[in-house]
Design a protein around this ligand. Structure first.
Ligand SMILES: O=P(O)(O)OC[C@@H](O)[C@@H](O)c1c[nH]c2ccccc12
Length: 274
């Protein structure tokens, strides 16, 4: 049994319990359910965007505790002030130490920034939760879902006005699950069996992703030079968690990477570095 199998087995139990405790009819009554979601895609592809999706992550199965001190509202506000285009907030508790309250606090603190609900979505119920908690975007992980499930979940997300980030690790996943109801494609540099990261995964897959989708490279990114190489290879967005969260001041770590990254782009004008 891989860690991913374990996470999914646990998630099925959790979702069943949550459905009992708060049925969809209850979620639909929550104030944020009526909110009009923001476009993560526009935020990432905009002219002056840094393309950075900055993640709030306390711990992970591969790294253990990364940061158990950081406050979610302050950290995410700091991320936005330092140039994050989009926020990613983990809501999985057993493996990543995140909670629904984290997402809600990030939403309240950052009314104009798109937020990704980062979790293992296996049931459409979780899309209703994402909407009710104030997310704009959900993650669908190809290696946890059949192509038919990706289709059903991404279409339901669209019906709710949520955008979809589809995560792939290889050519087969990409070829089998890329469809019209996807907005952004994320290539995960982390091999979920060995936990090692290699940006070669992103470099290998980028040209296989049609330009009609936003292209995101995910995991294991720690420096502006690597980001710039990935940008030149065709990526619009960069999902980064640990490199920020492992420091005492995650927003300052983001600011310094943004300064370095944008200085490599002579034509890049942005208010975050001036
Ligand atoms: O902390 P990193 O190496 O910068 O990675 C961030 C993000 O890509 C990673 O947290 C992630 C990518 N896909 C996931 C799926 C579930 C949970 C976590 C993830």
């Amino acid at each position: 049994m891989t860690i991913l199998d374990e996470i999914i087995a646990q998630k099925r139990i959790e979702v069943a319990q949550r459905k009992e405790a708060s049925p969809v009819s209850v979620l639909e009554q929550m104030p944020d359910f009526k909110r009009h979601p923001l476009s993560a895609r526009e935020a990432i592809q905009g002219l002056h965007s840094t393309g950075i999706i900055a993640e709030f992550k306390r711990k992970s199965p591969s790294k253990g505790i990364i940061n158990d001190q950081a406050d979610v509202a302050l950290t995410t506000q700091g991320y936005v002030a330092a140039g994050a285009a989009v926020l990613s907030v983990l809501t999985d508790e057993p493996f990543f130490g995140g909670t629904p309250a984290d997402l809600q606090a990030a939403r309240l603190a950052n009314p104009s920034t798109p937020i990704l609900r980062k979790d293992f979505v296996i049931d459409e119920y979780q899309l209703f939760e994402a909407k009710a908690w104030g997310a704009d975007l959900v993650l669908l992980i190809a290696s946890c879902l059949t192509p038919a499930e990706v289709k059903a979940l991404s279409e339901q997300a669209q019906n709710l006005g949520l955008q979809v980030l589809l995560e792939v690790h290889d050519e087969d996943e990409l070829d089998q699950t890329l469809m019209h109801s996807i907005d952004l494609v994320g290539v995960n540099n982390r091999n979920l069996k060995t936990f090692t990261t290699s940006i070669d995964t992103s470099l290998r897959l980028v040209d296989r992703i049609p330009d009609t989708f936003g292209k995101i490279t995910e995991s294991g990114l720690h420096d502006a030079e690597t980001m710039f190489n990935l940008f030149r290879a065709g990526f619009d967005g960069f999902l980064i968690g640990e490199a920020f969260m492992k420091t005492a001041d995650p927003a300052a770590a983001l600011r310094s990477i943004v300064t370095d990254f944008t200085s490599r782009m002579p034509t890049f004008e942005n208010s975050f570095t001036s």
